[in-house]
Design a protein around this ligand. Structure first.
Ligand code: IPE
Ligand code: IPE
Ligand code: MG
Length: 239
């Protein structure tokens, strides 16, 4: 079975999971963190090299203040509680998303996680936090324009590959498989550039209910797909 090198997950449905149980939304987010822990473990064991998780979007700031603050608190708690174990297990943490406007304590924690785990090689965990593709692409264009202006690069030499080097995901392979839970059939501003040839799997379960069996099911679905990248499969040419 072909295992995708890079799996990206839109962890959606925490709020509805909580609502179905008569609980506040924050209870869903807490349960979502537990599902994330299990998924990181399972992904490593299943031989996935890169796991990207969408934790907070650039549009999630539009939620009620209290929910935004709950989500910020949970990120801090996750890094404080889990960083040592992730490091012990050889997980390298990287964070993508806009960082300048985050609170200083959160920025410091994100940097600490990246610095501590920089030389780890077992699983690459990429956390998309304050991430939105349009913002990422606009920031990349701005930085590239500045590099042109200062004479570091020549505008005529810009290619898709050189542009990708200015994205937050520079050096990270494109996702092979993108999974979204909760039944929504959309990308919600996630990895729009990088998803060009990703296989998409949408699962009905809410994120807190996502487990090893769901990941295995998504991997099976991926393995059954025929990826063509715009070309033709060799065996079809002769027909
Ligand atoms: C995903 O769950 C977590 C974040 C977006 C941070 P939601 O909070 O979006 O849950 P639903 O979609 O409202 O059920
Ligand atoms: C996408 O989920 C963002 C994350 C999972 C972090 P949303 O719940 O924010 O997306 P929409 O609003 O349903 O498109
Ligand atoms: Mg949602």
């Amino acid at each position: 079975m072909t295992t995708p090198a890079h799996v990206a997950i839109i962890m959606d449905g925490n709020g509805r999971w909580a609502k179905a149980r008569g609980l506040p939304r924050v209870a869903g987010h807490r349960a979502g963190v537990e599902a994330l822990r299990q998924t990181v473990r399972a992904a490593g064991e299943m031989g996935i090299n890169w796991l990207t998780v969408y934790a907070f979007s650039s549009e999630n700031w539009s939620r009620p203040k209290s929910e935004v603050s709950d989500l910020m608190g949970l990120l801090k708690l996750f890094i404080r509680r889990d960083l040592a174990e992730l490091h012990r297990n050889g997980v390298r943490v990287r964070v993508i998303g806009e960082r300048e406007n985050l609170a200083p304590d959160i920025r410091a924690l994100l940097e600490e996680a990246e610095d501590l785990t920089r030389s780890n090689r077992s699983l690459n965990l990429v956390i998309a936090f304050n991430y939105g593709s349009r913002d990422e692409i606009a920031r990349a264009a701005r930085n590239m324009a500045m590099a042109v202006k200062s004479g570091q690069i020549d505008a005529d030499s810009i290619t898709a590959e050189s542009f990708a080097g200015f994205l937050d995901t520079a050096g990270i392979p494109d996702p092979d498989l993108i999974i979204r839970t909760s039944g929504e059939l959309r990308l919600s501003n996630f990895l729009l550039w990088q998803a060009a040839y990703a296989e998409l799997v949408f699962l009905p379960c809410y994120w807190p209910d996502f487990g090893r069996a769901d990941l295995a099911e998504a991997l099976r679905s991926f393995a059954s797909r025929e990826r063509r990248f715009g070309g033709v499969i060799a065996s079809d040419i002769a027909l």
